[in-house]
Design a protein around this ligand. Structure first.
Ligand SMILES: [Zn+2]
Length: 229
């Protein structure tokens, strides 16, 4: 994908994050890496999702130096670049404030695997990182360490972060996480939620990785807007 198309895709998915309730107002941020050039397209600091266009998306190199763009990148820049440097399998980093997931981060309880769809892409209970003020290199290290080789991590007293091979998979995984947290909260009022067995979660996630493993290297997102070629 050419860089202008990736910028348009980042703007489009950022709007989808806002429209679907993963973030409100100017919360959250999103990045996607161009696997060919290694350049990273990020939402700007304080992005107004309603007005966001491809021109507002900032392009940085692997170290976070701005290559293109008229705004400052998101304040979580150190985290995005660190995750993308550490995880060659990851090309997209999404930070959300989805409410049910965030609630688990307020009671410091991992989101368990209770739904087949979520187990497929998440592959295990989603851990909660301790509270630290975000936006610093130290915070980035702590979140990256808690994420490890996983797909998501909840930020204590703050929100969550989901990573993936491309924008579409990452967006779907962010909703799978929020669905799990939401359904768990409902189920816990009805009775005792039953967790999926660990070996079944592992089997489902293995199937998902086999299916999407190659897609990670060859993915081309669905057509964006009428300004594409
Ligand atoms: Zn946040």
């Amino acid at each position: 994908m050419r860089l202008p198309e990736l910028r348009a895709e980042v703007a489009r998915y950022a709007k989808k994050m806002s429209a679907s309730g993963l973030v409100r107002a100017t919360q959250g941020n999103l990045s996607a890496r161009d696997p060919d050039s290694g350049l990273i397209c990020l939402t700007p600091s304080g992005a107004d999702y309603d007005l966001l266009t491809a021109d507002d998306i900032v392009v940085v190199d692997a170290e976070g130096n701005v290559v293109e763009g008229r705004w400052k990148p998101t304040t979580e820049l150190p985290l995005h670049t660190l995750i993308l440097r550490r995880r060659p399998d990851v090309h997209c980093v999404m930070h959300t404030h989805s409410p049910y997931t965030t609630a688990f981060g307020v009671v410091y309880q991992p989101v368990p695997m209770i739904l087949q769809d979520s187990a497929l892409c998440l592959g295990g209970a989603v851990p909660v990182a301790p509270y630290r003020m975000s936006g610093t290199p130290e915070f980035a290290e702590m979140i990256a360490d808690t994420l490890g080789s996983g797909s998501a991590v909840i930020w204590g007293n703050h929100g969550a972060m989901v990573v993936g091979a491309d924008l579409a998979l990452t967006y779907a995984t962010a909703h799978a996480l929020e669905d799990s947290a939401h359904i768990y909260a409902i189920a816990a009022q009805l009775g005792t939620p039953v967790h999926l067995p660990d070996d079944e979660v592992a089997r489902l996630h293995r199937l998902w990785r086999e299916h999407y493993g190659q897609k990670a290297l060859t993915a081309r997102p669905e057509p964006a807007t009428d300004d594409q070629e």
